[in-house]
Design a protein around this ligand. Structure first.
Ligand SMILES: [Zn+2]
Length: 112
């Protein structure tokens, strides 16, 4: 009886954790939604910005920036896609939904 209660309690706790995880997320780690993918990419680009310039980007500064520039300058289209692709790979999120989400999908196909 005692062990059964214990198992029930543990199960409830897991359910509660699962509920909390899904409260403001519409996805699971195995199938991440595009918004959460975007968040991960942005986090990755923040890190890249800090590495390049030694500080966080200001709100008006580009997260996709020219890497050969001493100050933050918006990257070219090709560089932007390249950086998005690298960030998606590093964050282990799918690239295609991000391109569609950003409305860049057709452009990228055009550049190929
Ligand atoms: Zn999500």
């Amino acid at each position: 009886m005692k062990s059964r209660n214990h198992a029930d309690t543990r199960k409830r706790r897991i359910d509660r954790n699962a509920a909390r995880r899904t409260t403001d997320h519409c996805c699971s780690p195995r199938k991440i939604c595009v918004r959460c993918s975007m968040m991960k990419v942005v986090q990755h680009r923040f890190k890249a910005f800090r590495k390049a310039f030694g500080r966080n980007p200001l709100p008006n500064e580009p997260l996709f920036f020219a890497e050969d520039s001493p100050s933050p300058r918006t990257a070219t289209g090709d560089q932007t896609i390249q950086q998005l692709r690298q960030a998606a790979e590093a964050a282990m999120v799918p690239l295609e939904p991000l391109l569609k989400f950003l409305g860049w999908h057709d452009q990228v196909l055009g550049w190929r």
